[in-house]
Structures are given as C-alpha cells and as structure tokens.
Ligand binder design. Structure first.
Ligand code: FAD
Length: 603
C-alpha cells in the first residue's frame, strides 16, 4: 500500500512539474515572439514582470531579440517622485548598455534600483535568459582620468535645500554659480523631509485663531535647545523664516493654507508644502535654475578638498565620474553638505547625549556623511555643538526611515508601549519623547489614532502610502473597536482602552494631563482605530561649522575665514541640544539664502 501511495505521489509530482513547465512555457512565449535557434540567448519577444520596490510593485517590460536585451521600460510604479527618479532613469539604460543584470545600484535609491533589477531578472527568466551569466559583474567603465577645470564666482558644495537656496540667492545677487553634488540627484535630506517649515505667519495663523509671535518662536527655539543655541543666529532664523516662505512662494512654491504642529515642533506654525515630502523645495529651486542663466549643476561630483591661498578659500577640488574636477571661485565657496547622521563612525566619535548609536538606524539619505566637517579642517574652522545628535521616536522598525508613519499631526494621536500604556507627553520635545521610548520594553511603541484623519483609509501619508496599503503590507493595523485593535497589535486590551478613555477625558478640559501634555484637538473615538509600530532612529545632527549671522565661517579664534561660507545642517550653534521639529527647513532656507547673498557680494 505504502509503495502504491509513494508511486502515486511521484506521478503527481511529475505531472505537476510537466504542468508547471507548460505554464511557464505559455507565459514565456509572448505574442510577438519568434522561434529561437538553439544557440540563441533569449526567446525573442516582449516580457512583462514585476518585483517589490520601496512603495509596492515595480512593473517592467523587457524586449529582447535572440542575442541581446533591446529595451527595458518601467510600466508602473509607486516610488517616491524625484527621490527614485535617478534609479528609474538610469537602471533600465544601464541594463541595456551593459547587457547585464549586475549593474550598479543608485545611491539614495537602492531599494528602487534593486526592485527594477529584480523585475527585469524575472522577465529575463521568462525569456529563457541565463541569469547566472547575466549576473556576473562587468568591469565598470573607466573614468577618462582627465581633470576638468572651471572658474566661476561662487562654488557651492551640496545640492540639498541649503545649497540650492544659496545658489538661487547668489544668482539673484548677480553671481555666476557652480553647485556640485556628490549624489546622482539633487535633494539630500531635504527632498526626503516631511516638509514642515516653521514660520510665524500672521495671515495663516490668525485665520486658524492661533496666537504666535516671532519672540515666542525665538524663546521656544532657544529654550527648546536648553539655551545652547547662539542668540544672534536664532534671532536671524526666526525673523527671516516668514520672509523665506514668501521668497519661496515668489519662486513658485506652494504651501497649504493651514499650519500645523509637527512632531517636537511645540507650536502650530509648521507650513506644509503642497507637493509631497520635501520635493516642492527642490522642484522650485530646479525650476529657477532651468529658467535662469548662471547656475551650473554638476551631479556625481564630490568635493574632496578646499583650495586655500593666503588664508582665503579660493576654490574646491572634487572627484567626478569622468575624473578630477577643479573649481576656482572668484568670490567664495559655500559649504552646504548636510549633517552626519548617516555616518556611524562620526556618530560614535561625537555622541555624548545618548547610549551607543552604532546599532540604531537612521532617517537620513546615504549621503549624510558629514563630509563638510572634514573639508574645513584645513582652514581651522571652529566646530560647535558636535556632541548634540537628535533621535526621533518615529523610525520604521525595519528601516529606521519615517516611511510607514501614520500620524498626521501631533494633537490627535497617542503613543502606547507594548503593555498598551501611554508613557510620555506626545507633544514634548523630541529628545524627551525618544528618551522615554528608550526606557520602554524593546524601545518599541505604537502610534494609535482613529479615523478622523483617515475617513476612507485611502488617504496618503507623506510617503505616498495609504493606510489601507500599510495594513495590507502588515505595517499598520486596524480594529473596528479598541478591543479589536489591541488584539491585532497584541497589547493588553484593558490598558489600551483605559489609555484612550483617559486621553479623551483630558481632551474635554484641554489638559495638561498627567504627562504634562497640552496639545489636544479631538478625542480618539471615531472607529475604525489604527496603530503603527515605531522605534528610535538617528535623525539630525545639531552641531557643525560655526558661522556668524552673515553665514561666514569662523575659525577657532572667532575670526571670519575669508571666502568661506556655510549653511544648513553642516553648521552648528543654532539648535542647541534639541532642534524643534520644523526648524531645520526654515534654517536651511534662511541661512542658505544669506550665504548665497554674502558669497555673491563678497561679504
Ligand atoms: P541636505 O539636504 O542633506 O543636502 C546636503 C547635500 O550635500 C546632499 O545632497 C549631499 O549628498 C551633498 N553632499 C554631501 N557631501 C558632499 C560632498 N563632499 N560633495 C558634494 N556634495 C556633497 N526638518 C524640518 O524642519 N521639517 C521636517 O519636516 C523635516 N523632516 C525630515 C524628515 C527626514 C526623513 C529627514 C532625514 C530630515 C528631516 N528634517 C526636517 C531635517 C531637514 O530635512 C534637514 O536638516 C535639512 O533638509 C538639511 O538640509 P541641508 O541642505 O543642510 O542638507
């Protein structure tokens, strides 16, 4: 009997294999395929396949003849606009040019690059291609080794928000500019950011009945950083934040009509760009660059050294894809190369406020490696506040990124730990919330909210992800009752229900509650209820190069270094121990703009 059963199983298995071969053969023989000869590398035709990217599936169409890959097209994807664009533009072309699946991924868009390569691999399998042979890495194309030299008025290092603001502002002030960016795309952390831009805005805020003042913004920034920020720099920031909003609007940028309180922002003065994430800033600057003469952008070009003559910074040495690049600057150089949250070694070297950060993930793009700090050693620039690193309690457990975050504003959500208990004022400073989270079991929490901001579940977060998609991917959870939600996220239901009930009671009085929370809007009582998991993640580096209010770099004796300016996250001295949420985008626009003007006018 046993023997007969085994034989039956073998026959079944064989039948399955035959059927599988038949199915694959049917799939792999596209409508327009021709018969292949035995020596052909592929069955000629057009094949469609898909694989997972950053935000869901990427669908590709691959056309092959018998000898080669003729074309790769991306048919559908949901990748973040602009952030993934270099991968979407370059990977298909690289596969065709190199006739290989072992092409280099694009820095800053690795997941998208790998998604495209995986989808093309599936299509090539359907075409009968030899995946192993196509996956052998070919020698990369050698750079010509030639040195290219440029002379301009202002050289800018870094094409994030600070560098681009400086480029536009220098150009507006009559200077010719070259901006170099080491990554294959502009944007840096700025393009990935949530876009929240703090500014006291009499128009928008008074329409919402929000009282505010530049002095209040000053005090919250100064005290929120434990009085370690330099008062003159903070004053420059808060006074010029709204003019920077108006400047951006004059360049074509659109902000929403309502301001809001961003996580750790302490007050509803954050402006939300109409375009997703920080893409609006970069699009706006790029539009200016395209429509006006005088700004040249060199991508894939990494600054390696400042050129100094008689104590004055006169240019930059850089490495491009094709060889070395030497940039002479008649007026000066602006460093806008961003922070170092992506550089684990530097994090460990400077961190004094947190336990070891080696194992924590970061929200930052891979280019946030603190290059500017090393560049200024040669001129003895002063560094300030380097030990101040900001963590957020809002990282995706798998990646550390802010993607998958379900919150839409501070007022209408709570955090609970694995026991279903609240543990902190969710409107507090970022360091306070993260320190509290680090003390919870597994440093793990759930953001819990109701459907007020998600009436259908199809509403998208900043990362172009809807609640329904996150639930489908197992990155967020839903319950028609709090009991159901507690079961879905495996926390004690009694505790979660009690936490929400107590929160709702305080909403009626306006607080403060037992944790000192004062920011409330609506109760959490509109079913369905949602929860998303979050962990601590390294987010921002408050320290950096010391500047004065004209964005001139100071040396260790407090003197201006001629010809050298800096702006953005590479600088220190503004945010003290703790940057308020929404203050960095204001900082980079305000000081980027000032740095551009100072360099153009040779201040
Ligand atoms: P970046 O935008 O990082 O740009 C620096 C550029 O310099 C990069 O493109 C980098 O590749 C380039 N570069 C580096 N080294 C070199 C080199 N050697 N040669 C050439 N180029 C080089 N702040 C807010 O106020 N509101 C928010 O909502 C907000 N959300 C955020 C969300 C995320 C996920 C992150 C990571 C940050 C967020 N921040 C936010 C912080 C804020 O976005 C950053 O502090 C700010 O964008 C930094 O701007 P930057 O121009 O100084 O640096």
């Amino acid at each position: 009997m046993k023997h007969i059963k085994q034989s039956k199983r073998i026959i079944c298995a064989l039948l399955c294999i035959v059927m599988a071969i038949f199915v694959v053969a049917c799939q792999s023989k596209p409508a327009d395929s021709s018969e292949s000869s035995s020596s052909a590398m592929f069955t000629a035709g057009t094949y469609v396949s898909k694989a997972a990217g950053q935000n869901g599936d990427i669908e590709v169409e691959v056309t092959v003849d018998e000898e080669s890959i003729k074309d790769v097209k991306i048919l559908k994807h949901n990748e973040s606009p602009e952030i993934s664009d270099p991968a979407i533009e370059r990977i298909p072309k690289a596969i065709v040019d190199q006739q290989s699946l072992a092409v280099d991924t694009i820095s800053g868009a690795t997941v998208t690059s790998n998604g495209i390569i995986a989808a093309v691999t599936e299509a090539i399998k359907l075409a009968g291609g030899d995946i192993a042979a196509l996956s052998v890495k070919k020698d990369s194309v050698k750079a010509s080794g030639e040195t290219t030299e440029y002379t301009t008025d202002v050289v800018i290092i870094g094409g994030g928000g600070a560098g681009l603001a400086a480029a536009v502002s220098a150009n507006e002030n009559g200077a010719e500019v070259i901006l170099i960016e080491k990554m294959p795309r502009l944007g840096g952390n700025t393009i990935l950011s949530g876009g929240a831009f703090n500014a006291v805005d009499p128009g928008r805020q008074s329409k919402q009945g929000i009282e505010d003042s530049v002095d209040k913004h000053y005090t919250q920034t100064y005290e929120g950083g434990d009085k370690l920020g330099k008062p003159d720099l903070i004053r420059t920031l808060v006074e010029n934040a709204y003019p920077a909003v108006e400047w951006l609007e004059s360049l074509g940028m659109k902000f929403e009509d309502e301001v809001f309180t961003v996580l750790g922002g302490l007050w509803p003065r954050a402006h939300r760009p109409s375009d997703p994430l920080g893409t609006g800033f970069i699009k706006t600057y790029e539009k200016y660059i395209n429509e006006n003469d005088g700004i040249k952008v060199l991508l894939d070009t990494k600054a390696t050294e400042l050129m100094v003559d008689g104590g004055r910074v006169v240019g930059v040495k850089a490495e491009g894809l094709e060889g070395d690049v030497i940039l002479h600057a008649n007026n000066g150089v602006v460093i806008a190369s961003g922070g170092f949250a992506g550089n684990v070694e530097m994090r460990e070297k400077y961190n004094e406020s947190w336990p070891s950060l080696t194992d924590l993930k970061t929200t930052n793009h891979p280019g946030a490696t603190g290059d500017g700090i090393a560049l200024v050693e040669v001129v003895d620039a002063n560094l300030i506040g380097m030990e101040q690193l900001q963590l957020l309690p809002m990282g995706d457990p798998a990646t550390g990124s802010l993607s998958g975050n379900i919150e839409k504003g501070v007022e209408n959500r709570i955090f609970v730990n694995k026991s279903g208990d609240r543990f902190v004022d969710e409107g507090a400073r970022r360091d306070v919330m993260t320190k509290a989270l680090l003390e919870q079991e597994d440093a793990y929490m759930w953001v819990v909210l109701d459907s007020v901001d998600y009436p259908t579940g199809d509403e998208k977060n900043n990362f172009n992800e809807s609640m329904n998609e996150l639930i489908e991917q197992g990155r967020a959870f839903k319950g028609d009752t709090l009991q159901e939600l507690a079961e879905a996220i495996d926390v004690p239901a009694d505790n979660l229900i009690k936490a929400v009930e107590e929160f709702n009671k305080v909403v009626e009085t306006g607080g403060p509650d037992a944790f000192g929370r004062t920011l409330f809007d609506q109760k959490i009582d509109q079913a369905p209820f949602y929860a998303g998991p979050r962990v601590p993640t390294v987010h921002h580096t408050m320290g950096g190069i010391e500047i004065n209010t004209s964005a001139q770099v100071l040396n260790k004796d407090g003197n201006v270094i001629p010809g050298l300016y800096a702006a953005g996250e590479v600088t220190g001295g503004i945010h003290g121990t703790n940057r308020l949420g929404g203050n960095a985008l204001a900082d980079i626009a305000v000081f980027g703009r000032i740095a551009g003007e100072s360099a153009a006018t040779k201040k």
